[in-house]
Design a protein around this ligand. Structure first.
Ligand code: SF4
Length: 356
């Protein structure tokens, strides 16, 4: 890609920027070489989808594909081509607000419930510099807001202020030892683990909303007794409302990643409980109650951009909407969707061009 950028000419750049299929590539170029910074990312809403922790969650995807400060080995949406930590204005707060208001009205008119409006993009949500404004604007809708963050920018006081505007914040704490953190989260080179942990502590000490945590267990990476005792010790200092233990249930970024064993999960549960944490285990897939608010094909792409669907779930969605498998087959043939096997199950993920 670097070579490509070095040789790309103005005419090619114009074509890329004019083509609606090249949204993520436009952002890659904007970040990499500073071109066309006026382009605003078109936010995507999906669901509500059943969330293991948040009930029926209307997902907000306000960050271009894989703009993230981490490249977690278990990431279900693939590797991060280039980690980043500079905050930017990716999408317009007013455009996003209008889109959410319209979507909420539409969903309520169908008698469907929304428990949370959740900022859970296919990247790190706090990279959006207008996140605080977006959350403030949503207060009038009177539906709780949630942000699922990897916490890597919480050393920044402005990020903490922005997050404080959400009703619920979930922070990722997979490891608190440098070597393990680097191995599992593969952070941007300028991130400092101690600063991040201190940022989380500061946030927890003043935050009035619901703070929860998530720890993803990967076999032989972060699931041994000592490592988990240290994580549990840290978590106990921030008193989260709940501490979730997960393990990969969908295809990970790296083929070598294996879910933690039942024994390791049970041990982790015990270690966390011994520290007085309210432990939640989310090691099974969510329910089937996906709400499709728009065109079925478009909604499948929006959901799978972030949330790979198992074949069982896909069939359930198609059945619910009286649609045939042909839709999925066509999306695969058009290279908009890809099929991946993980464990005994087939999953369907949004296909993004390699340049992403
Ligand atoms: S799991 Fe989340 S934090 Fe990790 S690389 Fe994927 S999007 Fe980024």
């Amino acid at each position: 890609m670097n070579t490509f950028v070095n040789f790309i000419n103005t005419n090619t750049l114009y074509k890329i920027h004019s083509n609606p299929d090249h949204k993520s590539l436009r952002w890659y170029l904007a970040i990499k070489i500073g071109v066309q910074s006026t382009y605003m990312y078109e936010p995507i809403l999906f669901g509500p989808i059943p969330s293991r922790r948040l009930g029926q969650s209307l997902g907000v995807n306000h960050i271009p594909y894989k703009c993230c400060s981490y490249s977690c080995i278990y990431c279900q949406i693939g590797r991060t081509a280039q980690t980043q930590i500079k905050r930017r204005s990716f999408c317009n707060a007013h455009t996003l607000h209008k889109k959410i208001v319209d979507r909420v009205q539409d969903i309520h008119s169908k008698g469907e419930a929304i428990d949370y409006i959740t900022f859970v993009p296919d990247g790190e949500p706090t990279l959006e510099e207008n996140l605080g404004e977006m959350l403030s604007m949503l207060k009038e809708i009177r539906i709780p807001t949630a942000v699922i963050t990897n916490a890597s920018l919480m050393w920044d006081a402005q990020v903490r202020d922005d997050l404080a505007k959400a009703d619920l914040v979930s922070v990722k704490v997979d490891a608190i030892q440098l070597e393990t953190w680097e191995k599992i989260n593969r952070p941007h080179k300028d991130l400092m683990l101690d600063d991040i942990l201190e940022g989380i502590r500061r946030f927890a000490s003043v935050y009035t909303g619901t703070l929860i945590t998530e720890t993803m267990l990967v076999d032989n990476i972060n699931d041994d007794k000592r490592k988990l005792e240290l994580v549990a010790e840290f978590l106990s200092t921030i008193s989260p409302a709940s501490a979730t233990i997960s393990t990969p249930t969908r295809p990970p970024a790296e083929n070598s990643v294996k879910p933690a064993t039942q024994l390791a999960i049970t041990r982790a549960h015990q270690i966390f409980e011994n520290r007085g944490l309210n432990v939640q285990l989310t090691i099974t897939p969510e329910g089937d109650s996906f709400t499709i608010a728009g065109e079925l094909e478009e909604e499948i792409l929006n959901i799978t951009a972030l949330h790979p669907l198992s074949k069982t779930k896909m069939l359930h969605i198609l059945e619910k909407h009286h649609a045939a498998w042909d839709i999925v087959q066509k999306l695969i043939e058009d290279r908009k969707l890809k099929e991946v096997k993980f464990g005994e199950e087939f999953f369907y993920l949004r296909f993004f061009r390699k340049s992403n």
